[in-house]
Ligand binder design. Structure first.
Ligand code: NCD
Length: 317
């Protein structure tokens, strides 16, 4: 669908994916939710992934993404097999690509990949004849996370046209931020990248120019910009990707979303976080759990629905 020079029905990145395609996935995900926040699906004996096997190749830790892909596959009537770094021959030095080649040789129908290597999912997709879904590759992209963020925002706010969405924190190391920027732009929203200069350098304003967009707004003063934001996506400090430790101690003073800061946003402006949440660091527990504003757990249920939509679109006969 994107990213790979050879057109195959995978999902590697949201950059360059047409807005109609994104909207179609979100619309389909909505039908699975049918008024609730976690999907139920009754295909009346004709499950779209019946007989299909989805292989998980997760080389970095994951809770929500891995399990949501698993639930999504099962709800669609398919099955999941999993290779993780610890329990596979990766621990003996076998490469991700060789592991993926072996999964393909077994005849699996799709591979969901998570890797610390930016571009790692595309490398596999270019060499194998199996659809590959990127479950997060280094600092590059995390397209299904962005789809679930978009679905959550769309359900909460209706249209995203013209809505200023603050993405706050360790943007430099965040694949979620990159996919969110492309997805938000595709649906007509205005992403604003917020954080200290070490984590949000001005060069990031060029993030979307490759796909033809104007420069992205960069803001280092969270308090100043808060009243203009229609929603915020709070991010975790990606210490595993060497987020600048120098800023870590000072970070909460300027950027932690506490009650005072949340009150500066328009009433009921949604608060999102991809998880895992470091309670008390980037967000106060009272805000993360505020039933009026926080959509953090709804995001998780929506994550199953969007992955159902993506898997169905590429694997159903
Ligand atoms: C994110 C990831 O792994 O990129 N988490 C997720 O998939 N829900 C963000 C993070 O780890 O902070």
């Amino acid at each position: 669908m994107s990213g790979s020079p050879v057109e195959r029905p995978g999902l590697l990145a949201l950059a360059g994916v047409p807005s109609e395609r994104i909207a179609a996935w979100l619309d389909r995900a909505e039908t699975f939710l049918a008024g609730g926040d976690a999907p139920r699906a009754d295909f009346g004996g004709q499950a779209p992934l019946a007989g299909r096997i989805v292989a998980h190749l997760f080389m970095e830790d994951s809770t929500r993404t891995r399990l949501a892909f698993e639930v999504a596959t099962m709800r669609l009537g398919g099955r999941v097999i999993a290779a993780t770094a610890a329990g596979s021959s990766i621990s003996k030095g076998e490469s991700l690509l060789d592991t993926a080649r072996n999964l393909a040789a077994m005849g699996v129908d799709a591979i969901v990949v998570r890797t610390a290597a930016s571009g790692g999912a595309a490398q596999i997709a270019q060499r194998l004849d199996v659809p590959v879904v990127n479950g997060g590759d280094g600092r590059h992209e995390h397209p299904t996370q962005a789809l679930l963020d978009l679905l959550t925002l769309r359900r909460a706010m209706g249209s995203l046209k013209g809505v200023r969405v603050g993405i706050v924190g360790d943007i430099a190391n965040s694949r979620v931020a990159r996919s969110d920027v492309h997805g938000l732009r595709a649906l007509g929203a205005e992403p604003v990248l917020i954080g200290p200069p070490t984590l949000v350098p001005r060069t990031l304003s060029g993030l979307a120019t490759a796909t033809g967009g104007p420069p992205i707004e960069i803001e280092h003063d969270f308090d100043r910009v808060l009243p203009s934001l229609g929603a915020v996506v709070m991010l975790r400090m990606q210490r595993e990707r060497a987020a600048a430790d120098a800023v870590a101690a000072d970070y909460p003073k300027g950027y932690r979303l506490n009650r005072e800061r949340a009150a500066k946003m328009p009433d009921r402006a949604p608060i999102l976080h991809p998880g895992p949440v470091n309670r008390g660091y980037e967000i106060e527990p009272e805000v993360a759990d505020d039933p009026r504003r926080s959509l953090v757990l709804r995001q998780v249920g929506h994550g199953v629905a969007v992955r159902m939509a993506v898997l169905e679109s590429m694997l159903s006969a």
